[in-house]
Design a protein around this ligand. Structure first.
Ligand code: HEC
Ligand code: HEC
Length: 307
């Protein structure tokens, strides 16, 4: 008999023997354990198919002679035959793309059985329970809850006193620092502070209503100090002429037009937590893991701090 076939048969026999030994040695063995018996049947089928296929191709390599048309390109002297794409392969390729899209969009059970699905279902259930349980909390209790959220999630960057740890994050004891106002007036802002896309124009879009000219460097400095000082002192005229149209005469903002830059409020904080924020100081991550009530509570806490 051909050496190749003989080798194949010996290899198959050895593999089957090892499979049998390792399974029968395990707990339960083969005695009536359906799962173990299925595993062995599967292993036997795999071994036989593998040896059969490998033998076929080794045989083919031994006897094949080269024919067919060579492609013009040669890579390091190695030629390549012009072969048609196998139809089965092409069909499988496109079917896999379609299947991949289906699996990505709706096949993976994001809200049913799967690890991620189970987690999502559990956290949704927890959040509903949490929100019904604490729905009626207001006032001091809400601020207290906000303090505990703050200490757990925010103090790493904002500091235990919310002072921003020497400029690492925003100082939340006051609404906004001069350098942040200046940064926003010069560069504009697009942080969804109103909860939706409503950007503030950069300096080229800010016109002094009294002079009709674009805002000047001196005016930017003056208005930044004015806002940072809690809407007091020099710069009031610039604010009235350039900013008040959107932010309101008192700087407290207008619904769907501009946010308050005079005070914090829970809605503003919740929007920062939902969308994150980039500014002069750096980048604040968004906090998807907080539920609506927790955002409201930490918003109440910060509003209270900056009063
Ligand atoms: C055309 C309307 C408009 C005008 C005029 C305007 N703003 Fe704004 N401003 C906005 C909007 C909208 C936002 C929110 C942008 C966002 O979501 O990031 C904003 C955001 C800001 C912020 C960011 C607050 C924060 O927490 O980061 C500051 C500071 C600010 N404005 C200051 C000013 C000053 C000072 C002026 C006048 C020199 C001014 N704005 C003029 C519309 C305006
Ligand atoms: C990884 C650090 C980090 C963490 C954690 C963090 N923040 Fe911030 N936060 C920042 C930075 C940096 C800024 C300043 C962004 C800028 O340049 O305007 C900021 C800005 C803010 C602002 C906007 C201030 C303004 O003037 O508009 C609010 C509100 C805020 N954070 C609240 C929170 C709350 C509430 C938490 C906890 C749930 C939190 N932050 C957790 C880094 C952080």
């Amino acid at each position: 008999m051909n050496k190749l076939y003989l080798g194949g048969i010996i290899f198959t026999a050895l593999m089957l023997l090892f499979t049998y030994m390792s399974v029968s040695g395990s707990e339960g063995g083969l005695n009536g354990d359906i799962v173990n018996m299925l595993a062995v049947a599967g292993a036997v089928a795999l071994v036989i198919i593998t040896v059969f296929v490998v033998t076929k191709y080794v045989r083919q390599m031994q006897t094949d002679t080269a024919d067919g048309q060579l492609a013009d390109e040669k890579w390091d002297g190695i030629g390549e035959y012009l072969n048609d794409l196998p139809m089965g392969w092409a069909i499988l390729f496109f079917a896999l793309i379609v299947w991949g899209m289906w699996y990505f969009v709706m096949g993976y059970p994001v809200n049913a059985y799967s690890q991620i699905g189970e987690y999502n279902e559990d956290s949704a259930a927890h959040n509903t329970k949490f929100e019904t349980q604490y729905a009626s909390i207001t006032g001091d209790k809400l601020v207290e809850m906000g303090e505990s959220v703050f200490l757990a999630e925010c103090k790493v960057c904002h500091g235990i006193n919310a002072d921003g740890i020497d400029g690492k994050a925003a100082n939340l004891n006051k609404r906004v620092e001069a350098k942040s106002v200046k940064h926003v007036v010069i560069n504009g802002s697009n942080n969804k502070l109103l909860g939706m896309e409503m950007p503030m124009p950069d300096r080229n879009g800010l016109v002094n209503g009294a002079t009709g000219a674009a805002i000047t460097d001196a005016e930017i400095d003056a208005v930044s100090t004015f806002v940072a000082n809690g809407m007091k002192g020099a710069g009031a005229d610039v604010f009235a002429n350039v900013c008040a149209a959107c932010h309101g005469a008192d700087g407290k903002g207008m619904d769907s037009v501009a946010p308050s830059i005079a005070t914090f409020n829970p809605t503003l904080v919740a929007n920062v937590l939902t969308h994150g924020k980039k500014g002069a100081i750096g980048e604040m991550p968004k906090f998807d893991r907080l539920n609506a009530k927790q955002k409201e509570a930490v918003g109440a806490y910060i509003t209270n701090l900056s009063k």
